[in-house]
Write a protein that binds this ligand. Structure first.
Ligand SMILES: N[C@@H](CCC(=O)N[C@@H](CS)C(=O)NCC(=O)O)C(=O)O
Length: 216
């Protein structure tokens, strides 16, 4: 039975998981959970994810949420020799650092720019743009070292998490990212290294961008 990914393509966390499945070439079935329709609160979904968020992964009798933890599970379970989640403790630690940073800092700073408008019809709080600029500078510096997010010589889960976040920001057009040269070069390069990029991330990021723009 193929693994099942419950989610929505507009959701950046869901796109991290979809890209991981594509890069690892794991067959999967995409089960759409439409947040606008309230699918996440249905009893059958709450059984597999009482936290009622997306994504959720179901692999046989095993179910879990939290996108970046799902990505590391998939790499451990299906990509044992893959460079996507390196086994060297220090290299893996840097990948993990990037994943936590993506959730708590990078995507957070992006959300602080786009979510107030999308969900509350408000402008971002003062200081949010300066914070995002600082965070983008850090991300640019991380990438500068080797052209990949974790300083490796090839794609890792850190790149998948960062591209889900960054593509969302770019598609909203809510922030001028042109000053971050290495980040933009990385974005163009890495898109071409992710199998079925458009299906797994590009289309969903565009949808998120259109949704944001519809609220302006
Ligand atoms: N840290 C979580 C965040 C998941 C998340 O916030 N998902 C949002 C959509 S992007 C959601 O499901 N919201 C609906 C809800 O929480 O009920 C992850 O990375 O998986």
């Amino acid at each position: 039975m193929p693994v099942e990914l419950y989610g929505m393509s507009a959701s950046a966390p869901c796109r991290i998981v979809a890209m991981t499945l594509e890069v690892l070439e794991v067959p999967y079935e995409y089960k759409t959970i439409d947040l606008m329709a309230g699918d996440q609160m249905k009893p059958e979904y709450l059984k597999i994810n009482p936290q009622h968020n997306i994504p959720t992964l179901v692999d046989g009798d095993f179910a879990m949420n939290e996108s970046r933890a799902i990505a590391t599970y998939l790499a451990n379970a299906y990509g044992k020799d893959s460079k996507l989640y390196p086994v060297d403790p220090k290299v893996r630690a840097v990948v993990d650092q990037r994943l936590y940073f993506d959730m708590g800092v990078f995507y957070k700073a992006i959300g602080d720019i786009i979510y107030p408008k999308m969900f509350e019809g408000k402008d971002p709080e003062s200081g949010a743009k300066d914070k995002l600029k600082e965070v983008l500078g850090w991300v640019n510096d991380m990438i500068k070292k080797s052209g990949y997010a974790a300083g490796t010589d090839s794609l890792t889960l850190a790149d998948l998490a960062f591209i889900a976040s960054f593509s969302t920001l770019v598609e909203t057009g809510s922030f001028d990212v042109s000053g971050f040269a290495e980040l933009n070069a990385w974005f163009e390069k890495v898109k071409g290294e992710i199998k079925n990029y458009e299906k797994a991330n590009g289309a969903g990021a565009t949808a998120m961008g259109q949704w944001y723009k519809s609220k302006l």
